[in-house]
Design a protein around this ligand. Structure first.
Ligand SMILES: N[C@@H](CCC(=O)N[C@@H](CS)C(=O)NCC(=O)O)C(=O)O
Length: 202
């Protein structure tokens, strides 16, 4: 088994943190975007979208999509239950994970792709689209700040996949010019706590 990885990117980081929380070791194959290693015919045969992460099983089967990869390992090793242990917990984690992904991670990725020098010549860029995306992400951060006033973790009292998605999204924002505003004390408290976990360095 191997996990095709991009060291600094939020989606592969989600899977690495998830695996670290489960204490599961999977060999990593580093892909270099600058060298176009995600666009080679060999890589595109594994994922025609050219996106990371990709999990390759020993029989050659391939799983893409961070959440699908994490669910594979959750089924294989249910403890600790990062997708929830009860019907209600599973639904809440699904809900908050989707919100973290769609409402926060996607705008922060759009902001990064539309404003960062790395993507010049690789993607069409619009500074205006980038700024709009940053605005959306900041509004969503304010919303989550209010949510986190009432509980320790995003989906309840237990660390979950939803927290992993949000922390990876907000780390991208922090590193690319869209950090959590200091006035958002509950979100900042939560971010400090989740990024202090030893698994955050995975
Ligand atoms: N929905 C996919 C998104 C994967 C994705 O966008 N990966 C980014 C890194 S975070 C990537 O590989 N980008 C390379 C590119 O756009 O060329 C997932 O959750 O795995």
């Amino acid at each position: 088994m191997k996990l095709y990885n991009l060291k600094a990117a939020p989606n592969p980081r989600r899977v690495r943190i998830f695996l670290a929380e489960k204490v599961i070791a999977v060999p990593l194959v580093e892909i270099d975007l600058a060298k176009g290693e995600n666009r080679t015919p060999e890589f595109l045969a594994k994922n025609p979208l050219g996106l990371l992460p990709v999990l390759e099983l020993d029989d050659g089967s391939v799983i893409t999509e961070s959440v699908a990869i994490c669910r594979y390992f959750e089924e294989q090793q249910p403890t600790p239950p990062l997708f929830g242990a009860t019907l209600l917990e599973r639904a809440r984690i699904e809900m908050w994970n989707r919100r973290a992904e769609l409402e926060v991670m996607l705008p922060l990725i759009d902001h990064f792709v539309h404003t960062h020098a790395f993507w010049q010549g690789r993607r069409l860029q619009s500074a205006e689209v980038g700024e709009l995306a940053r605005d959306t992400a900041l509004k969503r951060m304010a919303w989550l700040d209010a949510e986190l006033a009432a509980r320790e973790f995003l989906a309840g009292e237990r660390y979950s996949m939803a927290d992993i998605t949000l922390q990876c999204a907000l780390l991208l924002g922090k590193n690319t010019g869209a950090p959590i505003p200091e006035t958002l004390t509950h979100l900042s408290r939560w971010f400090a706590a989740v990024t202090a976990r030893p698994t955050a360095r995975a």
